[in-house]
Design a protein around this ligand. Structure first.
Ligand code: ADP
Ligand code: ADP
Length: 234
């Protein structure tokens, strides 16, 4: 079964006004477990809208969206919040760490909210910290480490719940190009370990790391590119 099934998705903002905005006109694609997909497009193309609908933060106006067979459009707000906590991991452009908590406590936070026992939290953080190269900085605070290190902490926070799907919104948008490449190399390794990733970006350099890139413009997918495959597939 597909992990994510999106069929004829549409989103219209201000539908009942005199100036409706058709942010998504026709979006259809499937994601299999283990895929690493970039969604690329210019500002205003509809990327954030699509990501927000996948993230259950917004509802589509029409079409179908199923994650693990679950119809996301039927979730109430409370069910959606629970669904996000249990099934999704989020990574943002500006890291969104809490500066009042240590890096370790930032990473633990989603598990604390899920009432996971401390012993289990400690067990999970060790291999994660080693694989993300953050062992040396884990007991510092976010403001005491670099941007690239903060993003590594944010990746650990997203992965510690073992999400079905990792959603990254411009994850390298606030980083210089060397640091961006380090973070994208990490995503590669995380994906090689089986983690499914969807990354939204306007950066061609970032998108080139993904195994498959969907190009969107004006609310539609206009082509699809597979890494290591020069042919453009419609
Ligand atoms: P960013 O992606 O830069 O963090 P947002 O996701 O908030 O910003 O917005 C993305 C785009 O959607 C921007 O072009 C913004 O102008 C537009 N947008 C967001 N909210 C509204 C709104 N309520 N009405 C009209 N346009 C909006
Ligand atoms: P991108 O993330 O690719 O920059 P968005 O999904 O943010 O694109 O925006 C797609 C279109 O929808 C834009 O025309 C934007 O202004 C509009 N839009 C986004 N959010 C809102 C909103 N909350 N209300 C009205 N229009 C919006």
């Amino acid at each position: 079964m597909n992990l994510l099934h999106i069929s004829h998705l549409q989103k219209t903002y201000n539908a009942n006004s005199t100036h409706p905005v058709k942010a998504l006109k026709e979006i259809s694609f499937d994601v299999n477990p283990g895929e690493y997909i970039a969604i690329m497009g210019e500002s205003g193309a509809g990327k954030s809208t699509l990501l927000n609908i996948i993230a259950t933060l917004e509802k589509a106006s029409a079409g179908e969206i199923l994650l693990n067979g679950q119809d996301l459009s039927s979730l109430t707000a409370d069910q959606a919040a629970k669904y996000r906590r249990e099934h999704l991991g989020f990574i943002f452009q500006h890291f969104n760490l809490l500066n009042s908590l240590s890096n370790r406590d930032n990473i633990y936070l989603p598990l604390v909210l899920a009432k996971v026992p401390v012993a289990e939290m400690e067990k999970r953080i060790q291999p994660l910290a080693a694989s993300l190269g953050i062992e040396q900085i884990i007991d510092r605070y976010p403001t005491e480490v670099s941007g690239g290190q903060q993003q590594r902490i944010a990746i650990a926070r997203a992965l510690i719940t073992q999400p079905d799907l990792l959603l990254a919104d411009e994850p390298t948008g606030a980083l210089d190009s060397n640091t961006s490449n380090e973070i994208l190399d990490l995503f590669d390794r995380v994906n090689a370990n089986g983690q499914t990733i969807i990354m939204v970006t306007h950066s061609a350099a970032a998108a080139s790391y993904a195994k498959r890139t969907l190009f969107i413009k004006d609310g539609r997918i206009y082509h699809e590119l597979f890494r290591g495959d020069d042919s453009l597939k419609q």
